[in-house]
Ligand binder design. Structure first.
Ligand SMILES: Cc1cc2nc3c(=O)[nH]c(=O)nc-3n(C[C@H](O)[C@H](O)[C@H](O)COP(=O)(O)OP(=O)(O)OC[C@H]3O[C@@H](n4cnc5c(N)ncnc54)[C@H](O)[C@@H]3O)c2cc1C
Ligand code: FES
Length: 1325
């Protein structure tokens, strides 16, 4: 490697220590150069927050040390010159002292898999550094930038709220309705014997926050800031040169010398483009040290803000000015501030600069449209001088004439004050409220002739759809509105094929926003007109209160809630942990970043990095010649079996989908491997026919397996006598979005072809078997290790085996260890997800709502290989009846074969999709009968001991209890009335409420899949090592297993340890899936412990007063084996598909959820007001963990049914491959009030200590939000006299909601004939 020129010294600190950075690796797409395991890499695009760290800098704007959170994955190392970085390791450790934030998040059960916990800790820590007693708003803002599965899937992590200045607690508290009012141990309202607990942790045990204990800003950096270096600093990387001038003059000269070089500030625009679009800039100019760019000045005309100010600084500046200036002057500032609160998350706002934002000219820009209508001016500077250009529609449209010259830079932006009789507003609609790019945004400004309602100037600018200006010298009335709408629709030309799709929705928003603005201004105008008593004021009739609801945005509120559970028997010994809310074993390590995940394993000697190539390549040789690239692994290198005939590990001849793995590049580093992959160009020959949609698969008879069918009664005869509805339901797929992407490290050993494989999987035995057959070596040479997995949700059952096998081929071929870590984009592209579903139902019913016959036909989109599609179809059919007893039933299901990446197992395994069809059918019957859906549900629910469609007997008693308790706890009936009252009073906002019952079957439909084993060793010091076949995915299985062992061996959990799951200690394991991991492995651990205790019994009897250590010592002396294998043969389960009967499931989990929402009929947005869940966990092994599972799966279900939308091109390419395009819920999506109760006094003799597995069931309860939205939409349609029924489509996105709430605006928009254009995306369900 040629030696780069000598760089200047890059001075920065990490965790209080000066970092000496090896300058040869200054590439930008690397996280911080210090190997610290706490900063996680999960998306690489600033979209998830897992890599959040705190940066401290001397702030020249506010003249103080500024602490701010950033996403490390977008931080160029050179940008840290003069900064102090604090990572999670720098604030506390389990080895020394925990920081209060770390302690509280762990002890309040705020972690599950723990992969993103450090990011959350750092967001909170930064908040507390700035505000030791934060307000609710500040807390929500700090956490709003994280769309990570763990935090939102486990929102109860109350670590945030325990720092609040005023903890508000449950909204019902003090009213007598709150569980807390009934006391800690109030008895069950249903009169059960068991006591109820509401406390999952003890706040009083937390150590106080002491700001004096925090790391100080390094004095060396302070000195540097006081005497800033004016010299130009240059840092040479391997491919990139970073130049940081100290003066504006030098910067302008450099710009002349390097006109092509971009200015780099936040890197939030450049960085993602370099990563995903392969853009490369050999020279980067950093203006970070130039004070002119961060100057803020104010004159009587307006504010001038330096282009180098971050968006967060701009937000503070505006907030401060708004508080000081008269309202009439701050119209534009208020609009900017509004959007600055929802634009990205706080980390991005801390990094992104105003200049970078403006100059990037993203079509979705939230600020540029406001600046345009606010008549902002751009102050440009170059070596030749300065000039001003308007930020107007030409600039927005990206016209070359409005461009900066290559040698020019943007120095500052002048934003004029608004005037009296001028109104400015901004609107945006995204997939979810916070941290999502807008589908459409708009900024509108109107200026009236002084003292009148005559429009002098109206300007409107849109983001996401294009610019528009409307000249309307008219009065502010409905006529003007109509005309302006028509003009806008003409001017904003959005073709049917427009990128981003959602064309009709966007057109509707264009006019809906204008209507909102019209009403808003009308309100204000009336106040003003009244004040100056304009003679013609009678022309403005009062806006009826019913219509005023159009004006309010949904406020962001901190979620509150109460969790109740059954307390343990008062006679249970205090040291017995079963049934108690024990903290997750790794909770503290999660919070300190000391929990080791697969990719945290330090680099091993001679390790290579592998990157997958997912297309046909013809330039392998060119890629191979790049520096550091060692090899390309193809199907020809596979020594054994290259996967199955129809599911190859590495493609041979034919590629069945975009995203199929063709080969893999192996290089010395990840960067070199990725660069080589970029070199590989692709040519395809089209497959005929290419099938992507279910409809096409059905047309071409393209199926992966035979139809699955269940039938009871006489469906045809039953249909003859009743009313019928025939309808369709479309349920979209879902991406697993585990925070830790797929990763594996394969280490070949020198002897006997042995391999050690460290892998993030739910099924290590499957990885072991697949590697064995791929390499053609016996299974006993391969050991798979799983320490912990950063989320799986079913996505790490099958896929890790294929990835492990490909990496193993590379390891054998090169003889060196191979690390394979999928980027988020590759992970989303390659690994498939939940099956999209298309369902058709025909339902026959009586006027009373009694359903007599139901025929459901479901098709799932399986993708190009079988994978788990047959099993998913079977489970779907078995579970379709949900909680209902319908005498005449027919369920049919088929898995379609399409040219998409293969879909696979996903939490709930078909149940969440299928049962949405059943519940939609119930809702449709209710609408037809003019009855409420809950009445139809109640009427058709199982009432007595009965048999399911597959003739398995069960008692619905607990199901009915859950339903009744949920009705009661949620005060459903009174709230239904309140919802109706609200809807009568509000035209543009509607509320909806729904309650959904659930009967969820747990386990696999085969006995052999329920077997489990454990290995328990007692060492001579009395310590115990427990190993079992389950994998720690964040669901707390290891914690539960130690609780079991503790009870059985009658010793505290502190004696015990679980190291990892390994195929060497427990062989032939079953995947940790189907909600039964803790059940079956718990039985195995119990068995092993009982064997050991039995062996110890004679010794204990002989010395009853002895200690555990005494007994173990004696046992060793007496040559009693202190190691035992425990085994559980499994629950009996079978299904005979020929006869359509069996006992496929060991048991059911019952539950019910009630949700209430409010929708905005003009934008399609919704707010989740409240959710109450009642779940039957029987005797929970660990209520803290189980409630976390319920909440987490509920939120994940809510995502499935409301925001998570996969978008495919007409050529079958998945567009939605990053957190920008695929929106999982954020904390602001959690219901404002979220209560979870475990049903008291419930028992089951079947399972360990009468507990139930709760991993998946809550997922479906997320549909209560979907049906609440549908309820609100139905209210709109009834009021507007539109057909009651509409095609049910999940997710209920803002687009679906808006278009279902048809009105004069949806009628107004042009509609394209689908035959006349090629759509940007196609629906595949
Ligand atoms: C996760 C994420 C979420 C986001 N969400 C939103 C959102 O909801 N709404 C929204 O509107 N935006 C959003 N953005 C975009 C964000 O606002 C912009 O990326 C950001 O403002 C760019 O600023 P920067 O300092 O990072 O620019 P950089 O990436 O550093 O630079 C961008 C470009 O600007 C040029 N440039 C920068 N400063 C100057 C200057 N002074 N003179 C001349 N040229 C200059 C550079 O040459 C470069 O070409 C999001 C971005 C991310 C990563
Ligand atoms: S990894 Fe940095 S934000 Fe996701």
């Amino acid at each position: 490697m040629p030696c780069p020129p000598q760089s200047d010294q890059l001075v920065f600190f990490v965790n209080g220590r000066k970092v000496k950075c090896p300058l040869w690796h200054l590439f930008l797409d690397h996280p911080l150069p210090v190997r610290l395991t706490g900063t996680k890499y999960a998306c690489g695009r600033g979209g998830c927050g897992a890599c959040t760290v705190m940066v401290s800098k001397n702030d020249p704007v506010f003249k103080k040390i500024r602490h701010f959170s950033v996403t490390a994955c977008l931080v160029p190392i050179c940008s840290l010159y003069g900064a102090a970085v604090t990572t999670v390791e720098g604030i506390g450790s389990i080895k020394t002292r925990l920081h209060p934030v770390q302690e509280r998040i762990a002890k309040s059960h705020g972690t599950q898999c723990g992969f993103c916990t450090p990011g959350m800790v750092m967001s909170m820590y930064t908040l507390l550094r700035n505000h030791p007693q934060p307000s609710e708003e500040q807390l929500m803002e700090a956490l709003g930038g994280k769309s990570d599965t763990e935090k939102v899937h486990h929102p109860r992590g109350q670590m945030g709220t325990v720092f609040l200045a005023e903890s508000s607690g449950c909204q019902q508290k003090g009213t007598g309705k709150c569980c807390l009012d009934r006391g800690e141990n109030a008895s069950s309202p249903l009169g059960g014997k068991n006591d109820i607990c509401t406390k999952l942790f003890a706040k009083e045990e937390f150590q106080p926050l002491d700001p004096t204990q925090e790391l100080v800003f390094p004095p060396e950096l302070l000195r540097m800031a006081e005497n800033p270096e004016k010299r130009t600093l240059t840092f040479y990387g391997e491919r990139v040169t970073w130049i940081s001038p100290g003066t504006l003059k030098d910067l302008l000269e450099l710009k002349v010398k390097h006109p092509e070089a971009p200015l780099i500030l936040g890197n939030t625009s450049l960085g993602p483009a370099m990563k995903s679009e392969g853009r490369f800039h050999p020279i980067l100019l950093s203006p970070a040290r130039i004070s002119e760019l961060t100057r803020v000045t104010e004159t009587s005309e307006g504010l001038t803000i330096g282009a180098g100010c971050s968006l967060a600084q701009m937000k503070d500046v505006l907030a401060e000015r708004i508080s000081k200036l008269p309202e009439e002057k701050t119209q534009t500032y208020r609009a900017l501030l509004k959007h600055l609160k929802s634009l990205a998350g706080p980390q991005i706002r801390n990094m992104a600069s105003l200049g970078g934002h403006i100059i990037s000219r993203h079509s979705y820009s939230d600020l540029n449209p406001i600046l345009a209508v606010g008549s902002a001016t751009l102050n440009l500077t170059s070596a030749e001088g300065t000039r001003q250009i308007p930020l107007n529609e030409y600039f927005l449209a990206g016209l070359a004439s409005a461009d900066l010259k290559p040698e020019e830079i943007l120095e500052s932006v002048h934003i004029p004050h608004s005037r009296k009789w001028e109104f400015v507003s901004a609107f945006r609609q995204a997939q979810c409220q916070q941290n999502a790019l807008p589908h459409v945004n708009a900024s509108m400004r109107v200026l009236f002739k002084e003292g009148t309602d005559s429009v002098e100037h109206l300007s409107i600018a849109y983001g996401g759809v294009g610019a528009a200006t409307v000249s309307a010298h008219k009065r502010w009335d409905e006529l003007m509105l109509d005309e302006a709408c028509r003009l806008l629709l003409d001017e904003v030309s959005l073709p049917g094929s427009a990128p981003g799709g959602r064309v009709e929705f966007k057109r509707t928003l264009v006019v809906s926003f204008l209507f909102k603005f019209y009403l808003e201004v009308l309100q204000e105008l009336k106040k003003l007109v009244k004040l100056v008593s304009v003679p013609d004021s009678r022309r403005h009739p009062d806006i009826s209160d019913r219509f005023l609801s159009a004006l309010e945005d949904f406020p962001v509120a901190i979620p509150q809630g109460v969790q109740t559970y059954q307390s343990v028997d008062p006679h249970q010994p205090p040291r017995d942990p079963v049934g108690r809310p024990i903290m997750h074993l790794s909770g503290l390590k999660h919070a300190t970043g000391e929990a080791i995940f697969c990719d945290d394993i330090p680099v091993v000697d001679k390790e290579l990095f592998m990157v997958l190539v997912t297309s046909i390549n013809e330039k392998l040789s060119k890629a191979l010649k790049l520096p550091g690239v060692l090899d390309v692994v193809t199907a020809e290198d596979v020594p054994g079996t290259n996967g199955a005939e129809d599911d190859k590990l590495l493609a041979v001849d034919e590629v069945l989908c975009v995203g199929q793995v063709i080969c893999a590049v192996v290089a010395e580093t990840d960067v070199q491997a990725k660069r080589a992959v970029e070199m590989i160009k692709i040519t395809y020959e089209d497959l005929e026919p290419a099938i992507f949609t279910i409809q096409d698969a059905v047309k071409h008879n393209s199926f992966l397996c035979p139809e699955k069918k269940l039938e009871q009664g006489n469906i045809e005869e039953a249909f003859e006598k009743v009313d019928q509805i025939v309808e369709e339901v479309h349920v979209g797929g879902q991406e697993h979005f585990y925070m830790e992407t797929q990763r594996v490290l394969v280490i070949p050993k020198t002897e006997d072809k042995e391999l050690d494989i460290f892998v993030s999987t739910q099924d290590p035995a499957h990885v072991q078997k697949t590697v064995s057959s791929t390499l053609n070596i016996p299974i006993n040479r391969i050991t798979c290790h799983v320490k912990r997995v950063g989320g799986g949700f079913g996505g790490k059952v099958g896929r890790p085996a294929a990835l492990g096998a490909i990496a193993a081929v590379g390891a054998i071929k090169t003889g060196r260890p191979i690390r394979l870590v999928l980027d988020r984009e590759d992970d989303m592209l390659i690994t498939g997800g939940r099956h999209p579903l298309f369902g058709k139902y025909k339902v026959g019913f009586m006027n009373s709502g009694r359903i007599k016959a139901l025929d459901i036909e479901c098709y799932i989109n399986g993708g190009c290989t079988l994978d788990d599609s047959e099993l998913v179809t079977e489970f779907l059919i078995l579970k379709l009846e949900n909680a209902y007893k319908i005498r005449n039933l027919r369920f049919r299901g088929r898995a379609c074969m399409t040219n998409l990446p293969s879909n696979t197992a996903f939490r709930g395994f078909g149940f969440p999709q299928g049962t949405l069809v059943t519940e939609s059918c119930i809702t449709a019957v209710a609408a037809k009968c003019g009855l409420l859906p809950e009445k139809i549900r109640e009427k058709n629910m199982y009432k007595t001991v009965d048999k399911t469609i597959y003739k398995q007997a069960f008692s619905p008693e607990t199901l009915i209890r859950c339903w009744n308790e949920c009705l009661d706890k949620s005060s459903f009936h009174s709230r239904r009335i309140q919802v109706e009252e609200f809807n009568k009073k509000n035209y543009w906002k509607k509320k909806g409420i729904s309650i959904i019952p659930m009967k969820f079957s747990v386990g696999f439909a085969a006995t052999s899949y329920h077997q489990a084993a454990a290995l328990v060793h007692i060492y001579t010091d009395g310590s115990v090592l427990v190993t079992h076949g389950g994998n720690e995915l964040g669901q707390g299985i290891h914690t539960k297993m130690l609780q079991v062992a503790s009870r059985e061996l009658k010793i505290p959990m502190s004696y015990m340890h679980i190291c990892e799951t390994s195929t060497a200690t427990v062989p032939n394991t079953i995947a940790t899936a189907a909600s039964i991991g803790a059940d079956v492995n718990g039985r195995a651990v119990q068995n092993a412990c009982q064997i050991l205790l039995k062996r110890l019994e004679p010794i204990i009897k002989k010395n009853p007063e002895g200690t555990w250590e005494d007994w173990i010592e004696a046992a060793f002396e007496q040559r009693i084996s202190l190691s035992a294998t425990g085994y559980f043969r499994g629950y009996k389960a079978f299904m005979d598909w020929d006869r359509g009967e069996g006992d496929p499931f060991p048991y059911y989990v019952y539950g019910a959820a009630c949700s209430e929402v409010e929708i905005d009929c003009l934008t399609g947005a919704h707010k989740k007001i409240r959710t109450d869940i009642v779940m039957d966990a029987c005797c929970s092994l660990n209520p803290a963990i189980d409630i976390g599972q319920i909440e987490g799966s509920f939120i994940q279900g809510m995502g499935l049914y409301t925001t998570e939308e996969l978008k495919y091109s007409p050529e079958g390419v998945l567009y939605s491959r990053s957190p920008d395009e695929y929106k999982i819920p954020t904390i602001t999506d959690v219901p404002e009030e979220f209560n979870v109760s475990l049903l008291p006094s419930s028992q089951t003799p079947l399972t360990i200590y009468s507990s139930k597995g709760l991993g998946e069931s809550g997922m479906f309860l997320g549909s209560s939000v979907f049906f609440a939205i549908a309820d609100a939409v139905a209210a709109v349609r009834t009021e507007r006299d539109i057909a009651e029924n509409f095609i049910v489509q999940s997710p209920a996105t803002p687009e679906w909601v808006r278009m279902a709430c048809a009105d004069r605006f949806t009628d107004m928009i042009p509609r394209d004939d689908p035959k006349t254009f090629k759509p940007w995306s196609i629906p595949i369900a």
